[in-house]
Design a protein around this ligand. Structure first.
Ligand code: ADP
Length: 252
């Protein structure tokens, strides 16, 4: 479904954050990306939908080259790729339901939606998405009145509005406590298992990766240094990925 070929990202200051990365992702996988802070996880996820422009290489979604797409085609492709973020990226002063409806912007006519005129079908879809993440009763609340875990569930509901094939999740639980983290990841797992949505998710904690991933990749200095089943990460692999003293990533 997703093919990443020779992907390289050099930031304007000359720093190489991704170095000739190759990866194939099958439809239906729950692929977790691990690695130390700064290893390139976020850069990889953002190169896939071109929030960050890759320097070299290709990203293909169902055979379509995202990296070569002109603006109109990129807009179409991006409907199939939703993203959720560590800091949720909600419009804080807007209502929960408006935030969720914004997930439809890739389909909607911009002007009517700017003044809150959304198609009835989209409103129904937003209500269904909020129900799915257990937040129907919060639809009218301001986004910033919700707890962190609830805000991330709004992020998931917003992503669902795109009806994406692929969900990119950039450290989606890094700002949440352990119990809430499980709550959020359980929703992602349900979407993966029940709706067949392919998930690419970066996680800091190896224990969470072990629990949720069907496959794990590890990055180090922008290179792929592990690709396999989570249970194959033994103590030696762990030290290779995280270094000798990165004990805290095991907790949770
Ligand atoms: P991770 O998500 O694994 O923490 P990132 O992809 O955010 O890693 O960053 C990878 C490396 O690229 C880090 O060393 C980071 O400092 C660097 N980096 C990220 N963004 C920029 C940028 N805009 N300019 C220069 N270097 C950057």
């Amino acid at each position: 479904m997703l093919a990443i070929r020779h992907l390289t990202k050099v930031y304007p200051n000359g720093f190489k954050a991704l170095d000739d990365l190759n990866l194939e992702v099958e439809s239906g996988e729950f692929l977790v990306i691990i690695g130390l802070s700064g290893s390139g996880k976020s850069t990889l996820l953002r190169c896939i939908n071109r929030l960050i422009e890759p320097t070299e290489g290709q990203v293909l979604l169902d055979g379509v080259d995202i990296t070569a797409a002109a603006p109109a085609e990129l807009r179409r492709i991006r409907r199939d790729i939703a993203m959720i973020f560590q800091q949720f990226n909600l419009v804080k002063r807007s209502s929960v339901s408006t935030n969720v409806l914004c997930g439809r912007l890739g389909y909607a006519r911009t002007l009517p939606s700017l003044i809150g005129l959304w198609p009835t079908a989209d409103k129904a879809r937003a209500a269904a998405s909020l129900e799915l993440v257990g937040l129907s009763d919060k639809a009218r609340s301001r986004a910033d009145a919700l707890s962190g875990g609830q805000q991330q569930r709004v992020g998931i509901a917003r992503a669902l509005m795109q009806e994406p094939k692929l969900l990119l999740a950039d450290e989606p639980v890094a700002s949440l406590d352990p119990a809430t983290s499980h709550g959020v990841l359980d929703y992602l797992r349900d979407l993966n298992r029940e709706r067949g949505m392919t998930v690419l998710c970066s996680l800091h904690f190896l224990s969470l990766a072990r629990e949720y991933a069907s496959r794990v990749i590890a990055l180090k200095d922008g290179r792929l240094m592990f690709d396999g089943r989570p249970e194959a990460i033994d103590a030696a692999r762990f030290r290779e990925i995280y270094g000798e003293d990165a004990v805290e990533v095991e907790i949770r």
